[in-house]
Design a binder for this molecule. Structure first.
Ligand code: UDP
Length: 218
């Protein structure tokens, strides 16, 4: 996608995003027409197994960013997250990959009033890859709305809290916890305010998958 001349939107869906898409047709359409959806949630793996079409593995947004930055020689722009976080995340990525070209970083906000100035900034930077951390679904609606206004950007990806992890604002779960599908629990301990989202992911989403399968099976 980076090498191609087209423009691509990459999303990292999790169960909460799929639930949100049920009542948000604009977001559902973004998910359906994106270039790539990378499964970032153990709930999606379990659901896919249950539905008989198993997804091979979970790929988190942060792992994809790290892997991409390791191999690309194209300029990267980091947009979003709290004050100073995108800058710190860029420093960390640059330390991991000294040849990585950071075209720019900016916090900003997804508010419509800021859109034109942010787009101008990204266009001026010459970025080819754009990571947007405004949380889902806002970041992905922002990308869908604005990608065409940033003709130099080949790949834009909504990355949620990835900058916070890179910058050390949040700590990632230990590997063993990730390997047994409990990264969400570790994050909940750091951010108890996510309890509503987690309830949706671990209770509401599985129930809807079960009910949908039952309805289709009967
Ligand atoms: N965020 C932001 N502006 C906003 C809303 C969110 O910069 O108006 C940032 C927030 O600081 C965080 C990121 O969006 O760094 C992701 O938020 P969230 O925890 O919702 O993401 P998740 O990883 O759960 O998708």
């Amino acid at each position: 996608m980076i090498a191609s001349t087209g423009q691509h939107h990459v999303l990292t869906p999790n169960p909460e995003m799929l639930l949100a898409s049920r009542s948000n047709p604009a977001f559902r359409s973004v998910l359906q027409y994106s270039s790539l959806n990378v499964p970032d949630g153990v709930g999606l793996l379990l659901a896919s197994m249950f539905l008989g079409n198993p997804i091979r593995e979970r790929v988190s947004g942060i792992d994809l960013i790290t892997a991409l930055c390791r191999v690309t020689d194209q300029p990267v722009f980091l947009l979003g997250a709290g004050p100073g976080v995108a800058e710190r995340a860029a420093e960390v990525l640059h330390k991991q990959n000294p040849s990585l070209f950071i075209a720019g970083t900016y916090g900003g906000s997804p508010n419509a009033a800021e859109e034109a100035a942010i787009i101008e900034r990204i266009n001026q930077s010459g970025a080819k890859i754009l990571f947007v951390a405004y949380g889902a679904p806002r970041q992905d609606l922002w990308i869908a709305r604005n990608l065409k206004r940033m003709p130099g950007v080949g790949v834009a990806m909504g990355v949620g809290g990835s900058f916070d992890f890179l910058a050390g604002v949040l700590t990632r779960a230990p590997k063993w916890m990730r390997s047994i599908g409990l990264e969400w629990l570790f994050r909940l301990l750091q951010q108890p305010s996510r309890i509503g989202r987690i309830f949706n992911a671990v209770v509401v989403f599985p129930l809807i998958v079960l009910l949908t399968e039952k309805r289709q099976g009967s």
